[in-house]
Design a protein around this ligand. Structure first.
Ligand SMILES: Cc1cc2nc3c(=O)[nH]c(=O)nc-3n(C[C@H](O)[C@H](O)[C@H](O)COP(=O)(O)O)c2cc1C
Length: 164
């Protein structure tokens, strides 16, 4: 789970928060309106951009939540350089939001209990199809001999990798 700021809890609501929430609501019939583009900085200093699913705001904060596989390139990138940009186009209302912020990877050992609770909740809310992907081989790895991907869905109520 990534969120747009390392210490989001005490921030006052930003002026853009209402406009963004309104655009999300106004475009809710378009599935693509849930898919912003998230750009990070690669380990080589070059931009790295990809589509992600918006998973809601963290509580009543300015903090946007996304889910990612901790083995993905973006997870490593954000620990080296948290600065990121989000570009989000809403086709129904013809609005574009470009947002700059810092990413925070909320892994199994993140010390903030509120962020941990949200991480667990997002895991539990995932569809089986989405949770299944976390059981697949590491993203970006070369596929071994065209082996079929695992089809056993991780348990909604248990972590995929138990915290040590
Ligand atoms: C419609 C759509 C939604 C996606 N949603 C996510 C997502 O929520 N989280 C994610 O990590 N990757 C998502 N992906 C895959 C990413 O775009 C990307 O290919 C993958 O995360 C690997 O990126 P990385 O190697 O830069 O980390 C989505 C792709 C598409 C096409």
């Amino acid at each position: 789970v990534a969120s747009a700021s390392p210490e989001p809890i005490c921030q006052p609501l930003a002026p853009w928060r209402t406009a963004l929430a309104k655009a999300i609501h106004g475009n809710r019939k378009l599935p693509s309106a849930r898919y912003p583009q998230l750009a990070t900085v690669g380990l080589d200093g070059r931009p790295a951009n990809r589509t992600v699913v918006f998973r809601g705001f963290f509580a009543h904060t300015n903090c946007l939540q996304f889910i990612t596989d901790a083995r993905s390139a973006k997870a490593e990138q954000m620990t080296h350089q948290p600065a990121a940009e989000l570009c989000w186009y809403f086709a129904q209302t013809r609005e574009q939001f470009r947002m700059a912020g810092d990413l925070c990877l909320v892994g199994a050992h993140h010390p903030n209990p509120h962020l941990q609770a949200s991480r667990v909740q997002l895991w539990q809310q995932l569809s089986d199809a989405a949770r299944l992907q976390f059981n697949w081989p590491s993203p970006g790895d070369i596929r071994q001999d065209n082996q079929p991907f695992p089809t056993d869905v991780p348990n909604r109520d248990e972590p995929l990798i138990p915290a040590e």
